[in-house]
Design a protein around this ligand. Structure first.
Ligand code: CIZ
Ligand code: SF4
Length: 362
């Protein structure tokens, strides 16, 4: 029987630290811990590899370890399961660590939209379905089944270019902002990127709007990135006229338009790291990443500010705490696998096709 979680919940962090390090030492090469940039420091510190979901999913695919403990959210552990070898086991220390944006699209409503579009268009030859990696495995499988692909915020532009080389139009889900911001930077006018409102028949769009659209956007969003407002950028620029602004493409169109640079977490970190000493940055992405970057950059005299006066972190990612990590690892030491994330076989094959299409172009 696996060790129950309850006694772990009241363990102080310092005791967890000792026990996590001891369990890591016992498990040795059998274990790899992956830590996403949005993870809080108390957990991030134990990661063998850190990065965005793209980098970590590659890491999972290459890893020799038997157990891949993913300190991130559910869709990331699913990707690790899909890309890793059959005998490897992907584990999420708290299975309730989801992604609220990923949950905004599901297979039944995506299938419904595809069916509605099929009344008007030859969907299989005219539309490439593109899912952001922040989505459930069955949506990646949907893309695999229909000639589509997965993207991350690091490669969205290349993925869209590939998609338009296959077919005329893209159905992009779940994040409208990543779709719109990327499409606009590729030169697609706003009126050719339509937002599908699934409370209305045909998404509330006219036949002409759909026919003219290059990208049909799902109406999902990340609440963590919606706290940033255009006036936050204006206020910073007033106070620091020489400062620079960098935002994640999950931010609103207006915030991205006002920013000097827009890109994924890996891009944000690299851009700030590569800037000269004395540079001051306003950063629009998740709080844990920004706080860590601010701390790491301070010795180089680079100053990093969080974009909003309201602190907002990814609350689902936050569920992975040292206590759950300690419980997961001590179970492995005791020979019990807890919280394995296993994608069903048929979904796995199709989702892998869509992920490999992405990995082949970036
Ligand atoms: O792809 C990821 O890891 C996420 C969620 C954000 C980013 O831009 O890296
Ligand atoms: Fe999902 Fe937003 Fe959290 Fe990223 S920051 S994992 S998009 S809820």
């Amino acid at each position: 029987m696996s060790l129950p979680i309850e006694p772990y919940l009241s363990l102080p962090n310092n005791e967890c630290a000792e026990r996590i390090l001891a369990a890591k030492a016992t498990l040795g090469k059998q274990l790899v811990i992956l830590g996403h940039h949005y993870q809080r420091q108390e957990v991030f510190q134990y990661a063998d590899f850190t990065g965005d979901s793209l980098k970590l999913s590659r890491q999972a695919a290459q890893s020799e370890a038997h157990y891949i403990v993913f300190c991130g959210v559910h869709f990331m552990a699913e990707v690790a399961d899909i890309l890793s070898r059959d005998e490897q086991i992907a584990i999420l220390p708290d299975v309730t660590a989801g992604c609220s944006m990923a949950d905004m699209a599901n297979l039944s409503n995506v299938t419904r939209v595809w069916r509605e579009l099929a009344e008007l268009l030859e969907v299989e030859t005219q539309i490439t379905p593109v899912t952001y990696i922040n989505s459930a495995a069955n949506l990646k499988a949907f893309c695999g089944e229909h000639g589509g692909i997965v993207c991350t915020s690091s490669n969205a532009r290349k993925v869209l270019e590939w998609s338009f080389a296959q077919r005329d139009k893209v159905l992009f889900f779940p994040d409208q902002h990543l779709g719109r911001n990327t499409g606009y930077r590729m030169g697609i006018p706003l009126d050719q990127m339509v937002l599908w409102d699934f409370s209305k028949p045909m998404g509330g769009l006219t036949v002409q709007q759909i026919q003219q659209a290059k990208i049909i956007l799902w109406s999902g969003f990340c609440g963590v990135h919606q706290v940033f407002q255009p006036q936050d950028v204006d206020n910073f620029r007033k106070q620091y006229p020489n400062g620079q602004v960098i935002a994640h493409p999950e931010c609103s169109f207006e915030v991205c338009q006002k920013s000097d640079a827009v890109g994924s977490t890996e891009f944000i970190i690299k851009t700030v790291q590569d800037s000269p000493p004395g540079t001051r940055w306003l950063v629009g992405t998740e709080l844990n990443l920004v706080q860590r970057l601010a701390r790491d950059m301070l010795p180089d005299h680079k100053f990093v500010h969080y974009m909003s006066p309201y602190e907002c972190m990814c609350s689902t990612m936050y569920r992975i705490d040292p206590q759950h990590l300690c419980w997961t690892l001590e179970n492995l030491v005791a020979g019990h696998i807890v919280n394995a994330i296993r994608v069903a076989e048929r979904e796995k094959v199709l989702a892998k096709q869509a992920l490999q299409a992405m990995l082949a172009i970036v």
